[in-house]
Design a protein around this ligand. Sequence first.
Ligand code: NAP
Ligand code: ZN
Ligand code: ZN
Length: 348
Amino acid sequence: MISARGYAAPDARSPLAPFQFERREPGPNDVQLDVLFCGICHSDLHQARDEWGGALFPMVPGHEIVGRVTRVGAKVSRFKAGDTVGIGCMVDSCRACASCKEGLEQYCEKGPVYTYNSREKESQQPTQGGYSNVLVVDQDFVLRVPDNLDPSKAAPLLCAGITTYSPLKHWKVREGQRVGVVGLGGLGHMAVKFARAMGAHVTVFSHTDKKKQDALRLGAHEVVVSSNEAEMKARQNTFDFVLDTVSAKHDINAYLRLLRRDGSLVLVGAPEQPLEVGAFSIIPNRRNFSGSSIGGVRETQEMLDFCGKHEVVSDVEVIPIQQVNEAYTRMLKGDVKYRFVIDMKSLK
Ligand code: NAP
Ligand code: ZN
Ligand code: ZN
């Protein structure tokens, strides 16, 4: 076994604290890496506080990982020591179901093995994430990070990036379409960059008036403060696509009403509490209301390559791991520009 160090949530109510644990020795198909940077996703907070239920403790969160390969198994040919690689939200899946065969491992019929708060297939040991110094991952779930991207700014692409890129691609967002992004946080700011790079007209809907300048700088064409009823009403029936990234309970009907005929609202935000949908928010205009989960391995690589080509990265605030609990508190207050990323050098 390999001894590993990180920060873990001991239970749903206590702050994260230093934690020692073991990882498996790399097998023939495994890649071992030293973690360089790990982003802090709001899903880390939801799970560390068991807001979605079924959490496994102690839990080392983190699924926006960029690291350097230190060792590879005998059957690994695509990676070698020294490579800069990424690990996202998944580390395994059944590989045999229809979804896995289509490269949609996030929809694996047996359920993917998530990077943390999940169980390894064979051993049933709990998986532990990227708030740690070392990781061992099957080569099929290891991504290549383009050399021209700053690794600290690339880390959030592994979740915030793919979770917003994938629905924009699946719903075929294209030049000239009107796209709304609800919530300007980690996911939202990536959605703005991608939608803009795909040629859409982008409107940010924020519940505060404090992010207007940032939204425009990130690439939005306009910003609407969602409490402004007149501005909301003026935009009803005009959007082709709306991506909702909000992490807390909110009125989804206000955003469904923005959709024109056959438009789609896709929910990626995962609030703890259910959202109420009024029938007359979706019946008019034959509106579509869907959800979307991260993205498959193949598409994640496609997204990273797109980012390399278009020089798209996340706006980050790099912190030492000792500040992780403070970062959680600030994230809940919306005080993030626009992703916290842990520099793993700080883990002494
Ligand atoms: P984040 O950085 O905290 O951003 C969430 C944003 O939601 C905030 O910046 C804020 O934007 C808005 N918001 C927060 N509280 C609100 C409230 N009470 N009312 C209205 N708006 C509020 O979080 P994130 O990391 O981007 O994650 C967002 C959500 O996506 C989380 O629930 C996370 O678990 C989920 N997620 C889902 C997937 C998936 O595969 N579907 C993947 C990753 C994350 P404004 O201030 O601009 O309003
Ligand atoms: Zn995430
Ligand atoms: Zn499967």
